[in-house]
Design a protein around this ligand. Structure first.
Ligand code: MF3
Ligand code: CO
Length: 253
């Protein structure tokens, strides 16, 4: 499928889908504490989506069994919520979810600390979030897609962290995953498509404290770091604008 360019009408629906998702993330953030199960967070997230008139877009996606992907510590992405996965002080937890509103998708991820966390864990979370903002500085009409990838890579490199390569960001619209796919590491000899106003993209660095290699657990979903190091994930849905800065659709304005 080609990269889709959204009309102003479509962008308005994407804005609404994004705004609702930002509120959902806020509701989930508010309940993060030692002692809560990841299944409880999933229930709260699903309810927060549905009460706003959204449909969770993770649920049943290729058989994924929940509404929120919840990944704890060395889990990178796509962790499955469970009643007996109980968050404890010092954990870090990534919440990745999205919704459909009037046919249009939004998608965003956040990583939070549970209670007091180590300085190193907080730094990983902060640097991951910052790398998103460094990347989207290049998300401008006329630039090339992989300018974003290169900026994320260049920002992460000095910290010595790993950048997951097997999973990428993506276009989004009437489908959760549309072209183009957006790697978080530098592409050599390739510049990617030219960015145009009306493109809507999910930029989502997945960063590890140790080596970048990952493995899948036997549940066929959960992605973990091979070396057991912590991982963080930060994602927003953005729109390329006719001029200047991209518009971030999944934050509260
Ligand atoms: N929101 C995630 C993404 O960007 C996960 C999709 S739903 C899942 O791809 F089923 F894959 F978990
Ligand atoms: Co995504």
């Amino acid at each position: 499928m080609p990269v889709t360019i959204k009309s102003e009408e479509e962008l308005n629906l994407m804005r609404k889908a994004g705004e609702l998702l930002a509120q959902v993330h806020e509701e989930m953030h508010d309940v993060i504490r030692p002692g809560i199960s990841t299944l409880e967070i999933d229930r709260i997230g699903e309810e927060a989506i549905r009460k706003r008139g959204g449909i969770p877009n993770c649920k049943d996606y290729e058989g994924y069994p929940a509404s929120v992907c919840i990944s704890v510590n060395d889990e990178v992405v796509h962790g499955i919520p469970k009643e007996d996965t109980i968050l404890k002080e010092g954990d870090i937890v990534s919440l990745d979810t999205g919704l459909i509103y009037k046919g249009y998708h939004s998608d965003a991820a956040r990583t939070w600390g549970v209670g007091n966390i180590s300085e190193q864990a907080q730094k990983l979370i902060d640097v991951t979030e910052k790398s998103f903002f460094e990347g989207i500085k290049y998300a401008k009409a006329g630039n090339r897609l992989y300018d974003i990838s290169k900026a994320i890579d260049a920002f992460i490199k000095p910290y010595g962290y790993g950048i997951v390569r097997e999973l990428t960001g993506h276009g989004i619209g009437t489908e959760l995953h549309e072209e183009p796919y957006i790697p978080n590491y530098r592409q050599f000899l390739k510049r990617g498509i030219k960015l145009e106003a009306g493109m809507t993209l999910c930029v989502e660095p997945m960063i590890t404290m140790g080596k970048r290699k990952i493995a899948f657990l036997d549940d066929e979903w959960t992605v973990v770091t091979l070396d057991g190091s912590l991982a963080a994930h930060y994602e927003n849905t953005i729109a390329i604008t006719p001029s200047g800065e991209p518009e971030i659709l999944t934050i509260i304005k």
